[in-house]
Design a protein around this ligand. Structure first.
Ligand code: M6R
Length: 611
């Protein structure tokens, strides 16, 4: 969602802002803009609807403000259509701001400000925020910001410049993330650290209701009572290379190829003496024995990683698991409490619904475990226990490596829990853990084995309007993710069904040539899924089956299978780590064939920081 960058230093602010916004492009946006304090002391704004290149063209063809302090923004529209006018920054009379979040009481505030003589020219809640700041501004920026905070309902991360305080940026956040970076004689604000890695790795995490004041040579922090305090300086462990394409045509394919390393980095330190060890995350056998029920709450791909987790945990540890969509969980008055464990899975750690689900779970007395990729993110900081995944920065909107490492953590957790509950023997746990430890090679092998097949089969999918994914058990959990991946980046309508549900309705949609992708890696379920494939074939579907390399089919069955993609075999329970690879690659190559920029698919944002 919206990306914020701010700069005060000695470099050309326009260049720094545009370079930061370029690094935040992956978050998703529909327009962009910058505002710079020019040498004459005026604030000049340049904004453009659409891709960042439109803003860059304007800056090179029309006018590029010259100055050393400024704020910039990529906007993902919430209030008002994407347009030059609605793009940020927005101005109050003496104030310029960029904003990420939603001002929920903006209509009420707008009416109040209108009564007080303010005029509005855009449809945005941000213009209301800018004018409210102006209303409260009586020469003391910090006081003005705290007055603003006490009036506004909703979420916000703001970069603020006051006309009469040159070369200074103020920043404040509530819910929406913001960091403050520091270099030599320069300071930054940004929605995330990738925006500033080119200049510095040193940053502070701004917490809720904290205010920062930045100039080239100083950074000061204040709480909402205007008491100044010091913060802990953090050093980013992501380097710039990790956030660049490194020779690949797209971030998505680069990230698919990074999966073996990401899994290795995630699991290796958590396997000790051949068994899973999560003690550094606060998870001990004694603690695990106490949980009666487990809830896994997340959104999108992270939730589908949780679905795999459910099958694993219930199958191995025999502990009941409910998987919830975070946006539903938070409003369904969940029946949870002491003795329950709520696992929140999130790549960004900033997904608004997941964060709220975490807070609700804690308030109801459940223990919480965050499985999070981004260090220091809100979900990471608010969870009782925390397992970081080590995927590095995931730039492509379509999640691949983050999903894979989430799966790897689900395995570690399920094995550890099953052992703690006495549901599996130590020998069985060692055997499973050994299999997990070998998954980095397995994933690499899977990529190498299926990449050509996927490129070929993807050519058969480009013309499809609708498509089904089928599976049973773990394969069903996997098919949900395969289907989401495809629809996100190819714009083909795709649904995933538990194979057994087909005859209860969805089969009526099968028509001549419609692709159906079935996943069948679980031995006892293969005959059942295959017979469902035969049923759709009989009704004209084009069938694609993903199975392990050792599966053999009789002659009759072969006839029903138009394309077979065989993945390397491992222990049945670990097959998702191998079988997800072709689903990712099929989506990727179909997107390539359709000429879609899958790293930035339409309408989607990488980090969904508003409801
Ligand atoms: O950052 P999170 O893991 O909390 O994000 C959750 C979803 O928004 C995310 O997985 C989304 O579904 C991806 N675009 C999937 O590729």
């Amino acid at each position: 969602m919206c990306g914020i960058v701010g700069y005060s230093g000695y470099r050309d602010a326009s260049d720094v802002l545009v370079s930061g916004l370029t690094r935040l492009e992956y978050r998703g946006y529909d327009s962009a803009g910058i505002a710079v304090f020019e040498k004459d002391g005026n604030v000049t704004q340049v904004k453009a609807k659409g891709e960042l290149k439109n803003l860059k063209n304007k800056l090179s063809d029309e006018y590029k403000p010259v100055g050393i302090t400024g704020i910039g923004h990529t906007r993902w529209a919430t209030h008002g259509e994407p347009s030059d006018l609605n793009s940020h920054p927005h101005r109050g009379r003496r104030v310029t701001i960029v904003h990420n979040g939603i001002i929920e009481n903006y209509a009420e505030l707008k009416a109040f400000l209108t009564d007080n003589g303010y005029e509005f020219f855009t449809a945005t809640d941000t213009e209301v925020a800018a004018n409210l700041l102006d209303y409260y501004y009586k020469g003391d920026p910090l006081r003005c910001i705290t007055d603003f905070m006490s009036e506004v309902v909703g979420s916000f991360a703001l970069g603020i410049m006051f006309d009469d305080i040159k070369d200074t940026i103020y920043a404040v956040r509530k819910e929406s993330p913001l960091i403050v970076g520091v270099g030599d004689n320069e300071a930054f604000i940004a929605s995330d650290v990738t925006a500033i890695l080119e200049y510095t790795k040193k940053y502070y995490l701004l917490e809720h209701n904290e205010i920062a004041k930045l100039t080239a040579n100083s950074v000061e922090f204040y709480n909402h009572r205007l008491k100044r305090f010091e913060k802990e300086l953090k050093i980013a462990d992501w380097d710039l290379n990790a956030a660049e394409k490194g020779g690949y045509p797209h971030y998505m394919i680069k990230e698919i190829h990074e999966q073996p390393t990401a899994v290795k980095t995630t699991i290796t330190p958590r396997i000790k003496n051949g068994l899973p060890d999560l003690s550094e995350c606060g998870i001990t056998a004694e603690k695990l024995q106490t949980y009666r029920r487990i809830f896994i709450v997340a959104c999108g791909t992270a939730m589908y990683a949780g679905m795999v987790g459910k099958y694993l945990i219930e199958g191995l540890a025999r502990v009941p698991v409910e998987v919830d969509v975070a946006s539903e969980f938070r409003y369904r008055n969940p029946i949870i409490g002491k003795g329950d464990l709520v696992i929140i899975i999130s790549q960004s750690g900033e997904t608004a619904d997941s964060l709220e689900a975490l807070k609700i779970s804690k308030s109801l007395g459940a223990e919480t475990l965050g499985i999070v990729n981004v260090k220091g993110s809100s979900i990471a900081r608010n969870s009782d226990m925390l397992i970081y995944t080590h995927a590095g920065p995931e730039i492509a909107v379509a999640s691949t490596k983050a999903y894979m490492v989430q799966l790897s953590v689900m395995y570690l957790f399920a094995f550890k829990l099953a052992l703690a509950k006495g549901a599996i023997s130590i020998e069985e746990c060692e055997r499973l853990t050994k299999g997990l430890a070998a998954t980095p090679e397995l994933i690499q092998n899977s990529i190498d084995t299926v990449i050509n097949d996927c490129q070929f089969v993807a050519t058969k999918l480009v013309a499809a309007d609708d498509l089904f994914y089928l599976g049973r058990g773990l394969d069903y959990a996997l098919s949900l993710e395969g289907s989401l991946k495809l629809k996100e980046i190819t714009y083909i309508h795709s649904e995933s069904y538990a194979s057994g549900e087909l005859k209860h309705g969805p089969i009526s949609l099968i028509c001549e040539g419609m692709p159906v992708i079935a996943i069948a890696t679980q031995k006892s379920l293969i005959p059942k899924t295959v017979s469902n494939v035969e049923e759709v074939k009989a009704r004209g579907a084009m069938t694609i089956l993903v199975c392990d390399e050792e599966t053999v089919f009789g002659e009759e069955t072969q006839k029903a299978l138009d394309y077979i993609i065989k993945v390397p075999k491992t222990d049945e329970v670990l097959m998702p780590m191998s079988a997800i690879v072709p689903l990712q690659l099929l989506a990727y190559y179909t997107s390539v064939n359709k000429g879609i920029d899958m790293d930035k698919p339409r309408n989607l944002a990488k980090s969904v920081t508003v409801e």
